[in-house]
Design a protein. Structure first.
Length: 203
């Protein structure tokens, strides 16, 4: 069952009203999508942060607007660069029975056997696009790298798919590789550097 987040319709758009809302710990937002008209609202920031922490960045919330509930997901949001508080948020109304495409984080878990041998794991893809119903969207796609040796590479096709979502990226895209240890030359160890001789400009 989705967590409920209370909201209220925003009727006033004067700066004085906006300052009042923020002083009370609230911030403006809009709800849009799923063939619904864009609706300006305001939300209590502490309740919003608590809800997002519980359901995750891609989780579904039940937005209660004057007793009418709508399933929503967090879209874009803005934060104050100095204070860190939420300035504005976009909430996307979703149809729970329809699939949608979203980007999710790729988490590499565990310590690679190749890294234990001195190798370096290089992750070249950090997010992947998936298709799923709203309640089937994972917080992240995990891959256990424990068995990867030096020289091994994982591609999108290797990522775990539990049946609740489908990865839509090209299967051959490289996600991560375990590179061999970097060989340091004697000159680098000693701090010596080669300098090209200056050409004599005199004829």
């Amino acid at each position: 069952m989705a967590m409920t987040l209370q909201a209220a319709q925003r009727e006033e758009f004067k700066r004085s009203e906006l300052r009042r809302l923020r002083k009370e710990g609230k911030f403006p937002a809009v709800v849009y999508g799923n063939n619904k008209p864009t609706s300006p609202i305001y939300i209590d920031e502490s309740e919003f942060l608590k809800a997002i922490k519980q359901v995750g960045r891609n989780g579904v919330l039940s937005l209660d607007l004057s007793g009418k509930k709508t399933s929503v997901m967090l879209g874009e949001y803005q934060k104050d660069s100095l204070k860190g508080n939420i300035i504005h948020a976009d909430l996307l109304a979703v149809n729970m029975s329809e699939e949608m495409e979203v980007d999710v984080r790729i988490d590499l878990i565990g310590e690679s056997a190749g890294v234990k041998d001195g190798g370096i794991i290089q992750q070249s893809l950090h997010n992947v696009t998936i298709s799923a119903k709203p309640d089937g969207i994972p917080a992240s796609v995990e891959y256990d790298v424990s068995n990867l040796q030096i020289g091994d590479t994982i591609i999108v096709a290797d990522l775990n798919q539990d049946g609740s979502f489908r990865i839509t990226e090209d299967e051959d895209v490289v996600v991560a590789s375990v590179l061999p240890p970097r060989v340091v030359s004697d000159s680098e160890e000693s701090g010596e550097t080669e300098t090209a001789p200056l050409e004599n400009s005199a004829e």
